[in-house]
Design a protein around this ligand. Structure first.
Ligand code: TYD
Length: 148
Protein backbone atom coordinates (compact mmCIF):
# COMPACT_ATOMS: atom_id res chain seq x y z
CA UNK A 1 0.00 0.00 0.00
CA UNK A 2 1.42 3.37 -1.00
CA UNK A 3 1.57 5.89 1.81
CA UNK A 4 -0.14 9.22 1.15
CA UNK A 5 2.99 11.08 2.29
CA UNK A 6 4.82 9.49 -0.66
CA UNK A 7 2.15 10.73 -3.10
CA UNK A 8 2.27 14.40 -2.16
CA UNK A 9 4.78 17.01 -1.09
CA UNK A 10 4.67 20.61 0.09
CA UNK A 11 7.00 22.77 -1.97
CA UNK A 12 8.49 25.99 -0.69
CA UNK A 13 9.66 28.28 -3.48
CA UNK A 14 12.39 30.85 -2.89
CA UNK A 15 11.50 34.51 -3.12
CA UNK A 16 13.88 36.48 -5.30
CA UNK A 17 12.19 39.75 -4.44
CA UNK A 18 13.76 43.00 -3.34
CA UNK A 19 12.56 46.47 -2.39
CA UNK A 20 10.58 46.56 -5.65
CA UNK A 21 8.40 43.61 -4.60
CA UNK A 22 8.40 39.84 -4.60
CA UNK A 23 9.46 37.53 -7.40
CA UNK A 24 8.86 33.80 -7.27
CA UNK A 25 10.25 31.60 -10.02
CA UNK A 26 9.04 28.05 -10.58
CA UNK A 27 10.90 26.16 -13.28
CA UNK A 28 9.80 22.82 -14.68
CA UNK A 29 12.19 20.00 -13.88
CA UNK A 30 13.70 21.75 -10.85
CA UNK A 31 11.38 23.65 -8.48
CA UNK A 32 8.52 21.74 -10.11
CA UNK A 33 9.22 17.98 -10.15
CA UNK A 34 8.12 17.59 -13.79
CA UNK A 35 8.30 19.38 -17.13
CA UNK A 36 5.26 21.64 -17.37
CA UNK A 37 2.83 20.91 -20.24
CA UNK A 38 -0.32 22.58 -18.96
CA UNK A 39 -1.27 25.54 -16.82
CA UNK A 40 -4.74 26.48 -15.67
CA UNK A 41 -6.05 28.72 -12.95
CA UNK A 42 -9.26 28.90 -11.00
CA UNK A 43 -10.69 32.10 -9.59
CA UNK A 44 -14.14 33.39 -8.72
CA UNK A 45 -14.89 30.27 -6.67
CA UNK A 46 -16.17 30.82 -3.14
CA UNK A 47 -16.35 29.06 0.20
CA UNK A 48 -19.42 27.04 -0.83
CA UNK A 49 -18.13 25.29 -3.94
CA UNK A 50 -16.12 22.12 -4.03
CA UNK A 51 -14.01 21.65 -7.16
CA UNK A 52 -11.90 18.79 -8.38
CA UNK A 53 -13.48 15.60 -7.00
CA UNK A 54 -11.43 13.46 -9.31
CA UNK A 55 -8.25 11.46 -9.63
CA UNK A 56 -5.98 11.26 -12.65
CA UNK A 57 -4.35 8.20 -14.15
CA UNK A 58 -1.36 10.12 -15.50
CA UNK A 59 -1.50 13.80 -14.59
CA UNK A 60 0.60 15.12 -11.76
CA UNK A 61 -0.09 18.59 -10.43
CA UNK A 62 1.46 21.43 -8.53
CA UNK A 63 -1.12 23.78 -7.00
CA UNK A 64 -0.21 27.29 -5.91
CA UNK A 65 -2.66 29.84 -4.56
CA UNK A 66 -0.99 32.98 -5.86
CA UNK A 67 -3.43 35.49 -4.41
CA UNK A 68 -5.64 34.21 -1.60
CA UNK A 69 -6.32 30.95 0.15
CA UNK A 70 -8.06 27.63 -0.38
CA UNK A 71 -7.95 24.15 1.03
CA UNK A 72 -7.19 20.88 -0.72
CA UNK A 73 -8.34 17.53 0.59
CA UNK A 74 -6.15 14.73 -0.71
CA UNK A 75 -7.28 11.11 -0.41
CA UNK A 76 -5.54 7.94 -1.60
CA UNK A 77 -8.40 5.61 -0.65
CA UNK A 78 -6.77 4.78 2.69
CA UNK A 79 -5.60 8.07 4.15
CA UNK A 80 -6.66 11.68 3.78
CA UNK A 81 -4.89 14.95 4.37
CA UNK A 82 -6.11 18.56 4.27
CA UNK A 83 -3.69 21.21 3.14
CA UNK A 84 -4.32 24.93 3.25
CA UNK A 85 -2.69 26.83 0.42
CA UNK A 86 -2.20 30.24 1.97
CA UNK A 87 0.89 31.89 0.48
CA UNK A 88 2.17 32.43 -3.06
CA UNK A 89 5.48 30.74 -2.24
CA UNK A 90 3.83 27.47 -1.28
CA UNK A 91 3.13 24.65 -3.74
CA UNK A 92 1.34 21.36 -3.28
CA UNK A 93 2.75 18.60 -5.47
CA UNK A 94 0.37 15.71 -6.12
CA UNK A 95 1.31 12.56 -7.96
CA UNK A 96 -1.16 10.74 -10.18
CA UNK A 97 -3.85 8.42 -8.77
CA UNK A 98 -4.82 10.56 -5.80
CA UNK A 99 -8.32 11.89 -5.26
CA UNK A 100 -8.45 15.63 -4.66
CA UNK A 101 -11.05 18.20 -3.70
CA UNK A 102 -10.45 21.95 -3.64
CA UNK A 103 -12.71 24.09 -1.48
CA UNK A 104 -13.01 26.99 0.94
CA UNK A 105 -11.80 29.55 -1.59
CA UNK A 106 -11.28 33.08 -0.31
CA UNK A 107 -12.75 35.90 -2.45
CA UNK A 108 -9.25 36.86 -3.64
CA UNK A 109 -8.22 33.26 -4.39
CA UNK A 110 -6.42 32.52 -7.65
CA UNK A 111 -5.47 28.88 -7.69
CA UNK A 112 -2.74 28.25 -10.23
CA UNK A 113 -2.29 24.64 -11.30
CA UNK A 114 0.63 23.22 -13.27
CA UNK A 115 0.61 19.76 -14.80
CA UNK A 116 2.94 17.36 -16.56
CA UNK A 117 0.21 16.34 -19.07
CA UNK A 118 -2.02 17.96 -21.64
CA UNK A 119 -5.72 17.75 -20.87
CA UNK A 120 -7.25 14.37 -21.63
CA UNK A 121 -10.71 13.72 -20.17
CA UNK A 122 -10.16 9.97 -20.47
CA UNK A 123 -7.52 9.97 -17.77
CA UNK A 124 -9.88 11.58 -15.24
CA UNK A 125 -11.68 9.33 -12.77
CA UNK A 126 -14.67 11.32 -11.58
CA UNK A 127 -16.55 8.64 -9.65
CA UNK A 128 -15.30 8.04 -6.11
CA UNK A 129 -16.47 4.41 -5.92
CA UNK A 130 -14.66 3.65 -9.18
CA UNK A 131 -11.57 5.31 -7.74
CA UNK A 132 -11.75 3.23 -4.56
CA UNK A 133 -12.08 0.02 -6.58
CA UNK A 134 -9.06 1.00 -8.66
CA UNK A 135 -6.80 1.75 -5.69
CA UNK A 136 -7.87 -1.44 -3.89
CA UNK A 137 -6.95 -3.42 -7.00
CA UNK A 138 -3.61 -1.63 -7.33
CA UNK A 139 -2.75 -2.21 -3.69
CA UNK A 140 -3.68 -5.91 -3.92
CA UNK A 141 -1.23 -6.10 -6.83
CA UNK A 142 1.44 -4.46 -4.65
CA UNK A 143 0.88 -6.91 -1.82
CA UNK A 144 1.14 -9.89 -4.20
CA UNK A 145 4.35 -8.41 -5.59
CA UNK A 146 5.72 -8.14 -2.01
CA UNK A 147 5.42 -11.93 -1.60
CA UNK A 148 7.15 -12.75 -4.84
P1 TYD B 1 -13.17 20.43 -14.15
O1 TYD B 1 -12.27 19.25 -14.26
O2 TYD B 1 -14.56 20.19 -13.73
O3 TYD B 1 -12.52 21.51 -13.17
P2 TYD B 1 -12.15 21.30 -11.62
O4 TYD B 1 -11.23 20.15 -11.55
O5 TYD B 1 -11.48 22.56 -11.21
O6 TYD B 1 -13.41 21.09 -10.85
O7 TYD B 1 -13.13 21.20 -15.54
C1 TYD B 1 -14.15 22.11 -15.94
C2 TYD B 1 -14.25 22.10 -17.45
O8 TYD B 1 -13.04 22.54 -18.06
C3 TYD B 1 -14.52 20.71 -18.00
O9 TYD B 1 -15.44 20.84 -19.07
C4 TYD B 1 -13.19 20.25 -18.55
C5 TYD B 1 -12.52 21.55 -18.92
N1 TYD B 1 -11.05 21.51 -18.78
C6 TYD B 1 -10.25 21.53 -19.91
O10 TYD B 1 -10.74 21.57 -21.06
N2 TYD B 1 -8.89 21.51 -19.75
C7 TYD B 1 -8.31 21.47 -18.53
O11 TYD B 1 -7.06 21.46 -18.43
C8 TYD B 1 -9.16 21.44 -17.38
C9 TYD B 1 -8.55 21.39 -15.98
C10 TYD B 1 -10.52 21.47 -17.53
Amino acid sequence: MIKLEEQMRILDFPDLGDERGNLVVVEGGSAIPFEIKRIFYIYGSDNEVVRGCHANLRSEFVMINVSGTNKVKVDNGYETSIIELNRPRMGLYLKSNVWKEMYDFSPDSVLLVLSNEHYDPDEYIRDYETYLKMVRKLSEGDEEADYE
